[in-house]
Design a protein. Structure first.
Length: 249
C-alpha cells in the first residue's frame, strides 16, 4: 500500500511539475512575442492588425513552440511569418509560402528578401506547395484568409487540392491552423469573400485532417456576415473562424 501511495505521489508531483513548466513556457512565449511585435522595424500596418488578430493567443491555441518548423501558407505580406519567426526562435524554422502569381508582383521579391534577411530563420517557398518538396517536415502550418478563395472558385475539389499540399508538408501528428472570414450558410459567400464554417470542416475532413478544436478567439458578434470583408463597417474586424486540425499519426 505504501508503494502505491508513493507511486501516486510521484505522479502527482510530475503532473504539477509539467503544468508549472507549461506555464513558464507560455509566459516566455508571450514575453518574446510582445517584444517582437513592438519592434520598431515592424510595419505600422502589421501592428494595427494585432488588436483583432490576437497573434499571441492564436499561436498558443495552435501549440507553437520554440524550435519548431512551421509553415505560413500563402503568406502574402508576411504578417504571420513575422509572428511565427520569433515564436519558434533561432533554433526553429519558418517556411514562407507564396504562389507564383504573388511572386511575380512588382517589388515582391525585394520585400521578401528584406524580410528574410531581417528575421533570419525564414526560408521562402514559391509556387505550388504540393511540388515544393516539403514532406513530413512541418510541425505547425497556418493559413489565414486564403481557404475561401480556393473553395469559392472550385468547391470541395479545389479546397481539398489546396489542403493536400499542407497535409503532405506536415509531420504525422502535425497541426494546421485555419483562419478565415466566416459566412452564413446559403449566403453569397463567394461575392463577399467569406466561407461557411460547415464547408470548411467538411473539406478538412475530406482532405484527411481530424478537426481537434475550434476557437472563438476571433469572433466578432457585431459582424452581420452579409457584407463584403472590405466593407468599411467590418474591414479588419470580420467574424473569423479559427480551427485547429491535425494530420493523423
Amino acid at each position: 500500500m505504501r508503494i502505491m501511495k508513493r507511486t501516486w505521489l510521484r505522479l502527482a508531483v510530475l503532473a504539477v511539475g509539467g503544468m508549472a513548466a507549461a506555464g513558464v513556457y507560455a509566459q516566455d512565449l508571450e514575453r518574446r512575442l510582445q517584444e517582437a511585435l513592438a519592434a520598431p522595424e515592424r510595419s505600422a500596418e502589421h501592428k494595427e492588425r494585432d488588436t483583432n488578430t490576437k497573434p499571441i493567443d492564436v499561436l498558443e491555441f495552435l501549440g507553437v513552440e520554440e524550435g519548431m518548423t512551421v509553415l505560413d501558407v500563402v503568406s502574402g505580406g508576411g504578417y504571420w511569418t513575422g509572428v511565427l519567426s520569433p515564436a519558434v526562435g533561432p533554433s526553429g524554422k519558418v517556411y514562407r509560402h507564396n504562389p507564383a502569381f504573388f511572386v511575380s508582383r512588382e517589388g515582391f521579391l525585394e520585400q521578401e528578401r528584406e524580410l528574410v534577411e531581417r528575421l533570419g530563420n525564414v526560408e521562402p517557398v514559391h509556387g505550388d506547395l504540393a511540388e515544393s518538396g516539403l514532406e513530413n517536415e512541418v510541425d505547425v502550418a497556418i493559413t489565414s484568409n486564403n481557404f475561401h478563395d480556393m473553395y469559392n472558385r472550385g468547391g470541395d475539389e479545389a479546397g481539398i487540392a489546396f489542403l493536400a499540399g499542407i497535409h503532405t508538408a506536415l509531420k504525422p501528428g502535425g497541426v494546421l491552423g485555419l483562419i478565415d472570414h466566416e459566412g452564413l450558410p446559403g449566403g453569397d459567400n463567394a461575392e463577399l469573400h467569406r466561407v461557411d464554417p460547415a464547408a470548411v470542416k467538411r473539406v478538412l475532413e475530406a482532405a484527411g485532417f481530424v478537426i481537434e478544436a475550434e476557437s472563438d478567439l476571433l469572433d466578432n458578434p457585431d459582424d452581420p456576415k452579409t457584407v463584403g470583408v472590405r466593407d468599411p463597417s467590418v474591414v479588419g474586424k470580420t467574424d473569423k473562424l479559427l480551427i485547429r486540425a491535425r494530420k493523423p499519426e
